[in-house]
Design a protein around this ligand. Structure first.
Ligand code: PGA
Length: 253
């Protein structure tokens, strides 16, 4: 089953207007230079940069995504952004359930599921994040935690077209630590199994499961050549054109 790799940048809360535009332009230019890349590219800037980054990406094959959304289309939700608003400014993707949102904003699986359903209904694709903490890994509960996050946060009518899963061990995010390839492969294979149970084998076999957490040019090849790893969600290294592109190139894009 050939799944097209997705190389996704999660810019998090980084970038003023000028930095964001320069980064997007640089990425667009380098991706164009690849001709017909084997991978799909995505950047997810903060809300304030979406419109400018969309412009900077014009004519390139790099997709635009946001880092969160509300589950309602509009209304009295101060500080929130709806899936329809994201569509309106040119997003095709939204990241949901990132561990930083689960931790900083107390987001539950149930809430993430509601957001994902609303995003799908608005025509957005979702990148739904899951992953265990260090304590959970040490307690031998990594697979159990990821299984329950998949069961709770992925809407039951999700398909391989509208949903991407990102496995991001919390302890690997921004720390420079990465699990062993055997551990990554074990979790990804288990996630695919749970997806098959939840969404059917057809969807599970076609659905992309990204790895995220300290992906760098130096470890990308090893991680992204694992059989069930279908791309990467990249934080820190996505803020530098050279690193982001080196990760893609080292992964055979
Ligand atoms: P990192 O972040 O690449 O900086 O570890 C990944 C993420 O949180 O998506």
């Amino acid at each position: 089953m050939a799944r097209r790799k997705l190389i996704a940048g999660n810019w998090k809360m980084n970038g003023q207007l000028a930095d964001g535009i320069a980064l997007a332009r640089g990425i667009a230019q380098e991706v164009k230079a690849l001709g017909k890349p084997a991978c799909e590219f995505l950047v997810c800037p903060p809300f304030t940069l979406l419109t400018s980054v969309k412009k900077a990406l014009r004519g390139s094959k790099v997709a635009l995504g946001a880092q969160d959304c509300h589950f309602n289309a509009k209304g009295a939700h101060t500080g929130d952004i709806s899936p329809q608003m994201l569509k309106d400014v040119g997003c095709s993707y939204v990241i949901l359930g990132h561990s930083e949102r689960r931790a900083d904003h107390g987001e539950s699986d149930e809430l993430i599921c509601k957001k994902a359903a609303a995003a799908h209904a608005a025509g957005l694709k979702t990148v739904i994040c899951i992953g265990e903490t260090l304590k959970q890994r040490d307690d031998g509960k990594a697979i159990e935690v990821c299984t329950s996050q998949i069961m709770g946060s992925v809407p039951s009518d999700s398909t391989s077209t509208d949903t991407v899963i990102a496995y991001e061990p919390v302890w690997a995010i921004g720390t420079g630590k990465v699990p062993t390839t055997a551990d990554v492969e074990e979790v990804h294979a288990a996630v695919r199994k749970v997806l098959a149970k939840k969404l059917g084998k057809g969807n599970a076999n076609k659905m992309r499961i990204l790895y995220g957490g300290s992906v760098k040019p130096g470890n990308a090849k090893e991680l992204l050549s694992l059989p069930d790893v279908d791309g990467a969600l990249i934080g820190g290294a996505s803020l530098k054109v050279e690193d982001f592109l080196a990760i893609a190139k080292n992964s055979g894009c």
